[in-house]
Design a protein around this ligand. Structure first.
Ligand SMILES: Cc1cc2nc3c(=O)[nH]c(=O)nc-3n(C[C@H](O)[C@H](O)[C@H](O)COP(=O)(O)O)c2cc1C
Length: 202
């Protein structure tokens, strides 16, 4: 099983990346293969029409599409910025169509806030972001509030009770994500999906 982690922050050293790094470690401990796209360190070009005519700056999409196709499921991490998911993450989704390799695969949503925010991101991404690419968000989610107190590599920087709670909650979500990876692989294997006839969702 292979999980792709997408970090939505535009900041090069972000709290979202810190959370992603911690989840990386948990996946490694569970012997689950994984890879990370950090949009802060590897920003994608902003969508333009030449995406469809294979403009030169889109050549990087081949490698990304292959990584997405090779994955069984995803973790989508976004900070809450101005009560929204980041524009870089929304751009990422605009670049993914029906044949991008994420369709009918499960994704765990994870929002990040320095304070007590994070809910708007979850609501936004559940409402929009999957229509054409057909990513399937699982019903559990992680809302990492007061992110400075948890998932720090240096244990001394963590609030012990809060950190323990989030680690256990994350472990539960990752296990569940694995279950959905198995389940949706069986759906995809049934040859029911027809993105040639219906390239865009309604
Ligand atoms: C432009 C901007 C807008 C922000 N807006 C919000 C917000 O609406 N709600 C919130 O809880 N935190 C907000 N924050 C603070 C983030 O929660 C904080 O930066 C946190 O570390 C997650 O972002 P990061 O992954 O980029 O580090 C904002 C931060 C930035 C840079």
């Amino acid at each position: 099983m292979k999980i792709g982690i997408i970090i939505g922050s535009h900041r090069q050293e972000s709290q979202s990346a810190k959370v992603g790094q911690y989840l990386n470690g948990m996946l490694s401990a569970a012997k689950t293969d994984h890879w990370t796209l950090d949009l802060g360190k590897t920003p994608l070009p902003l969508w333009d029409e030449s995406l469809f005519t294979e403009g030169e700056h889109w050549s990087m999409m081949d490698g990304l599409t292959q990584q997405l196709r090779d994955s069984d499921g995803f973790i989508i991490i976004s900070p809450e910025w101005h009560g929204m998911a980041t524009s870089g993450l929304k751009n990422f989704f605009m670049l993914l169509g029906a044949h991008s390799g994420v369709g009918h695969k499960p994704a765990l949503l994870c929002s990040v806030s320095a304070v007590d925010g994070g809910a708007y991101v979850i609501a936004e991404l559940r409402a929009s972001s999957y229509k054409n690419n057909r990513l399937c968000y699982i019903p559990e989610q992680l809302v990492i509030r007061n992110v400075g107190q948890v998932f720090n590599a240096n244990e001394a920087d963590n609030d012990p009770d809060t950190h323990k709670y989030f680690v256990e909650r994350a472990r539960y979500c990752l296990t569940l994500l694995g279950g959905y990876c198995d389940a949706l692989a069986r759906v995809r294997a049934q040859d029911l999906v027809d993105h040639d006839t219906y390239p865009n969702g309604m």
